[in-house]
Design a protein around this ligand. Structure first.
Ligand SMILES: Cc1cc2nc3c(=O)[nH]c(=O)nc-3n(C[C@H](O)[C@H](O)[C@H](O)COP(=O)(O)O)c2cc1C
Ligand code: SF4
Ligand code: SF4
Length: 259
């Protein structure tokens, strides 16, 4: 958490139903004399108490994010979701078309809404476009060109690779670096973002190569503004696709154990 928050309960509005107490993952709420009371302000600030209260009696200070009323339970179409998951592909050819700023914001919003361990909300984003994107790619290209001769000694795949000027971002208009201390938090945010990008008609490529470059290039870390302990967990290259896939690709079956 980057900011200080407090959970407040409006005793006037509270009817003592106990829903907030029963749903609090931190055992941080008691109901006494028909009114809910928060025990301490060092909880994980998950907001379940805010979300569940039938009387809107609970609030949290320090957020710009107003709770929105949920009229209907979430209804994701399972078949549509499966078709979408099956038919998505990594996109490596992009149309010469800009991504609208509002669409980039939507993609980041999808990352922001992802869950994080202990509700740490420790994920941040670097938007690479224009000159900043070119500079970042140039640093990564320089690094890879230096190590490629060594890689070619041990890997036949590396022997077939040519690290061109657009090796990492494939000429796409936007690259989004997902930065986090915790890899799982960052990866979950990235997965949300990729889904949102696809829902907006964009193509997505995870650039693991670029993530590797950020581990070894000081110049890149400086450009991305990474602080101590922060790392690029995922890099999403996004843009409108210049390619259309006509069928799904085969994948290995799930390997499932049931001990
Ligand atoms: C974490 C991660 C890193 C990846 N890094 C790269 C990369 O650096 N360059 C690339 O061309 N593809 C990269 N990919 C794409 C994978 O090669 C691709 O997902 C896989 O071959 C399956 O193809 P599909 O995504 O089209 O289903 C990456 C994928 C993931 C999930
Ligand atoms: S859920 Fe709301 S109304 Fe019910 S006890 Fe908690 S604060 Fe009071
Ligand atoms: S924010 Fe979460 S952890 Fe804190 S009191 Fe409310 S439900 Fe409990």
């Amino acid at each position: 958490m980057r900011f200080e928050h407090a959970v407040l309960i409006d005793a006037e509005a509270c009817i003592g139903c106990g829903l907030c107490r029963d749903d609090c993952p931190a055992g941080n709420i008691v109901v006494e004399d028909g009114k809910a009371r928060v025990l301490a302000q060092d909880c994980i600030m998950c907001g379940h108490c805010v979300a569940i209260c039938p009387r809107a009696a609970v609030s949290m200070t320090g957020f710009d994010d107003e709770p929105q009323k949920i009229e209907e339970p979430m209804a994701l179409d399972e078949n549509a979701l499966l078709v979408a998951l099956r038919s998505r592909r990594s996109i490596r050819r992009f149309a010469d078309r800009a991504v609208e700023p509002a669409v980039v914001e939507r993609v980041i919003e999808a990352g922001r809404l992802a869950p994080t361990g202990s509700n740490a909300q420790d994920v941040s984003y670097v938007v690479l476009q224009g000159a900043g994107k070119d500079e970042a790619e140039a640093y990564a290209v320089r690094l890879f060109r230096r190590v490629l001769p060594l890689a070619k000694l041990v890997s036949s795949l590396a022997r077939r690779v040519d690290v061109g000027d657009r090796f990492f971002f494939k000429g796409a208009p936007v690259a989004l670096a997902v930065v986090a201390k915790d890899e799982v938090d960052g990866a979950l945010a990235a997965a949300n973002m990729a889904l949102m990008a696809e829902a907006c008609g964009l193509g997505v490529l995870y650039s693991g190569f670029f993530v590797t470059a950020t581990r070894f290039s000081f110049s890149l870390r400086r450009l991305l503004g990474l602080r101590r302990g922060q790392r690029v967990v995922a890099l999403l290259v996004i843009g409108y696709p210049a390619v259309r896939y006509r069928r799904s690709a085969p994948k290995e079956p799930a390997y499932v154990r049931r001990p």
